[in-house]
Design a protein around this ligand. Structure first.
Ligand SMILES: N[C@@H](CCC(=O)N[C@@H](CS)C(=O)NCC(=O)O)C(=O)O
Length: 225
C-alpha cells in the first residue's frame, strides 16, 4: 500500500493528505515526529535527505516535494481529475499553487509571531496583494477549478484556513472568504483540521523556532559574520 510520511500539523503535508482523502486513495499514514527530530534519523534521511515531510513511497518509487507528489498522484490515480485539461485553466491553477508557495508560505511564521512583533507595512501590503489576487480568481466561481476542485484548491486550501485561524480576516475579500468557508466544510478538510490544543502547541513550536533562529543570527553577528 502507498506509504504517506507526514506530520498532522504540517500545512505542507496537509496538501498531500487532502488529495489522498479527496481522491480516496488507499494509503498507510506514517507520522514523522518533527518535535523530537525524527526527520533527522538515518532511516528517514534515506527516504528524504532534505529531512522534510511529506513523502510518499509507492512500491519502490519514492517522491518528496509536495507539488511533485500531487502531480504524481494525479497521474497515477486519474479518476476524479484534479488537473484541468484546458491550457489557460491549467496555467491559472499553477499560478494559484505558486502564489501560495512563494508569496504566502514565507509569511506564516511572521503571522504566528504577530503578538511579539507586529507585521511590517511591507508584509501587510504583500499579503493584501495575494488576497486580492486570489479573490479575483474566485470571482463567480465555486472553486479555483470553477465548479470542481483542482490542485489550486488543494494547495491554497491547506494554507488559507491556517491564516484565518491565526486571526487574518478576509472580510474585505468576499469571494475568498466564501470559498474558505465552503472548502472548510468538505469532509477532507474537516478530517485534517487540527484540534485547538494541537494547534496551540504548533504555534508555540513555531515561536520557539523563531526565537532559536534569532538567537543564532545574533551570535553570528557578534562573531562578525
Ligand atoms: N518544499 C518542501 C517543503 C516541505 C517542508 O518544509 N516540510 C516541513 C513541515 S511543513 C518539514 O518537514 N520540516 C522539518 C524539517 O525541515 O526539518 C515541500 O513542498 O514538500
Amino acid at each position: 500500500m502507498l506509504k504517506f510520511y507526514y506530520h498532522p500539523l504540517s500545512p505542507i503535508s496537509r496538501r498531500v493528505w487532502l488529495l489522498l482523502l479527496e481522491k480516496q486513495i488507499p494509503h498507510q499514514p506514517i507520522e514523522v515526529n518533527l518535535g523530537i527530530g525524527q526527520q533527522f534519523e538515518s532511516e528517514f534521511l534515506a527516504i528524504n535527505p532534505f529531512h522534510h515531510v511529506p513523502v510518499i513511497v509507492d512500491g519502490d518509487f519514492r517522491v518528496f516535494e509536495s507539488l511533485a507528489i500531487l502531480d504524481y498522484l494525479e497521474l497515477r490515480y486519474p479518476d476524479l481529475a484534479l488537473i484541468p485539461t484546458e491550457i489557460q485553466a491549467t496555467t491559472k491553477m499553477r499560478m494559484v499553487q505558486q502564489v501560495t508557495v512563494n508569496e504566502l508560505m514565507s509569511k506564516v511564521t511572521a503571522v504566528v509571531n504577530v503578538e511579539q512583533q507586529p507585521l511590517s507595512d511591507a508584509k501587510q501590503t504583500h499579503l493584501a496583494t495575494a488576497w486580492q489576487f486570489l479573490d479575483n480568481e474566485l470571482q463567480g466561481k465555486t472553486y479555483f477549478g470553477g465548479d470542481r476542485l483542482n490542485l489550486g484548491d488543494i494547495v491554497a486550501g491547506a494554507t488559507i484556513p491556517l491564516f484565518h485561524r491565526l486571526g487574518v480576516s478576509f472580510n474585505e475579500y468576499p469571494y475568498l472568504e466564501a470559498w474558505r468557508e465552503r472548502i472548510s466544510d468538505r469532509p477532507a478538510w474537516q478530517q485534517t483540521t487540527p484540534d485547538e490544543p494541537s494547534f496551540q502547541r504548533w504555534q508555540k513550536w513555531v515561536q520557539l523556532q523563531i526565537r532559536r533562529k534569532t538567537k543564532s543570527e545574533e551570535k553570528l553577528t557578534q562573531l562578525g559574520y
